[in-house]
Structure formats: C-alpha cells, structure tokens
Design a protein around this ligand. Structure first.
Ligand SMILES: NC(=O)c1ccc[n+]([C@@H]2O[C@H](COP(=O)([O-])OP(=O)(O)OC[C@H]3O[C@@H](n4cnc5c(N)ncnc54)[C@H](OP(=O)(O)O)[C@@H]3O)[C@@H](O)[C@H]2O)c1
Length: 245
C-alpha cells in the first residue's frame, strides 16, 4: 500500500491515474478545485479498491494556502510515497498576446503554482529521504512556437525547475519525474480536431504508472513524442522561425 497525493486530481489524466492507483489498493489524498467532483471521485475510487480516499479543495493560485493544505494532506496520509501534480489550463494564445494580465494568470496556474507546491513538497520529501515527485509538464515546453508560446513558456519553466530539482535531490533518494504528454483527448482539448497522434487519458495514465515504477527521469507519453520532439528541437532556429507551427 502506497500513500499517494494527487494535486489537480479532477483532471482527466489525473483521474485515470487515480483509478489505477485505487485498483492497487493504495491510500489516496486528492486536492482539486471542484468539491462536488472530488466527493464523487472519492466514492468511485473507494469502490475501485483504494484503501482510503480523503480530499480537500484547492485553488492552486492561492499560493499562501499551499503550506497548510499540504501539511493537512501529509498528516492525513501519514507521509507521502508518491505525489502527482496535474492541474493546468490551456490559454488562448491570442488573448495573452494582447493582455498581459491574462498571461500572468496563466503563468501562475501553469508555472508558478507548481513551483510553489514543489518547494514545500521537495523539502518535506528531502527531509524523509524518500518518495516520488511526478509532475505533468508538456511537450509544448520543449520549444517555443507561435501558436502556443505562453503555455509553452510556463511548461518550459516547470521542466527546467524539475531538472534542477532532480539534480538537487539525486543523493536524497527522492525520484523526480517530468511527464511530457503530447496531444491527449481531455476536456482541455475538447475543441481540437483529433487525429492519429492523439492519445486517451487511460493510455497516458498507464505510461505514468509504468514510468514511476521504472524510476524514469523524463517520460514522453505516448513514447513516440520523444522522437517527434527530438526532430522539432533539432531544426535550426533560422528555419524554425519561418515555420507555421
Ligand atoms: N490534454 C493535453 O493534450 C495535454 C497535453 C500536454 C500536457 N497536458 C497537461 O496535463 C495536465 C492535465 O490536463 P488534462 O488534459 O487532464 O486537462 P483537464 O481535464 O482539463 O484538467 C485540468 C485540471 O486542472 C484544474 N485546474 C485548473 N486551474 C486550476 C486552479 N486554479 N486550481 C486548481 N485546479 C485547477 C482543473 O480543475 P477544474 O475542473 O476545477 O477547472 C482540472 O481538474 C495539465 O497540466 C495539462 O497542462 C495536457
């Protein structure tokens, strides 16, 4: 039985992961914004086999609540073996280009809130010399593109922060895994036309569980995104800047 904290637990990807964790009989603590959905999810995960499911609501942009909420979670779980951070929003690039207030809000949600949560969690886990920190970033953070560089820059910030954190925690026994999904069919992408490259939340969830077990540093999911991004990153900037991506 593992003690697992999931932040942004009502996200489609996080819920799919939570179901797999529940099936293994683990103890879960869920943090998310929507209390009604949390209540329903807790009942569902208990039926699916979780040892216990507790939850509390969080707006990740209320940074000053983080310490208290995380301490409550740690106390209720009686420690942490695994934490998954999964919340996020996909901003309108066009609105952000014209309104820095929106950009700032999106940076708080997709970047700085995660850094704040990780600051508390990393110190706690480092003090115990134990645990896995898994965070959903994105392939969008690998290279800036005109169509979504606000979201990409926020995710890129998370990716770089996690690289440094992994390096710092290397000798403490704490695993830090950066999860980089490609296109996933979730409420976040409801308006997008779907095609061959798209994955389901269940596929991504299964990769995340396997990645944690294998102690992966960086998980591209599905796997082929590692190769797509290798190519994207290899294109020289003087060519890349002329592409409509
Ligand atoms: N879908 C994709 O193609 C894709 C690709 C790469 C990376 N990702 C990343 O995968 C993660 C999961 O996203 P998803 O695709 O599963 O989308 P999703 O189902 O739309 O989930 C997003 C979650 O973030 C929560 N959230 C947003 N703002 C919040 C706030 N201020 N406080 C607390 N919770 C907040 C939402 O809560 P509410 O329901 O209360 O709004 C929702 O539970 C995100 O980090 C996303 O950036 C997704």
């Amino acid at each position: 039985m593992k003690k697992i904290l999931i932040i942004g637990a009502t996200s489609a990807i996080a819920e799919a992961v939570a179901r797999l964790f529940a099936k293994q009989g683990n103890r879960l603590y869920l943090l998310a914004r929507n209390k009604e959905r949390l209540t329903a999810m807790a009942t569902d995960l208990t039926i699916r086999g979780a040892e216990a499911v507790n939850y509390a609501s969080i707006d990740v942009n209320n940074f000053y609540d983080h310490s208290l909420l995380l301490n409550e979670a740690i106390e209720k779980l009686d420690g942490i073996d695994i934490v998954l951070i999964a919340h996020g929003t996909l901003p309108s690039q066009k609105i952000c280009e014209n309104d820095f207030g929106t950009t700032l809000k999106e940076f708080n949600t997709n970047g700085l809130s995660t850094l704040s949560l990780l600051t508390h969690l990393a110190n706690y886990m480092e003090s115990k010399n134990h645990g896995t920190i898994a965070v959903i970033s994105s392939v969008a953070g690998d290279r800036g593109r005109q169509s979504n560089y606000i979201y990409g820059a926020a995710k890129g910030m998370v990716t770089i922060f996690l690289q440094g954190l992994r390096n710092r925690l290397q000798n403490s026994g704490v695993q830090v895994m950066t999860i980089k999904p490609g296109f996933v069919d979730t409420p976040m992408t409801v308006d997008f036309k779907k095609g061959l490259l798209w994955a389901s939340p269940d596929q991504v969830a299964s990769d995340i569980i396997k990645g944690i077990d294998k102690k992966c540093d960086t998980l591209y999911t599905p796997f082929f995104w590692r190769y797509i991004m290798l190519i994207i990153k290899a294109i020289p900037e003087n060519i890349f800047k002329k592409l409509s991506l």
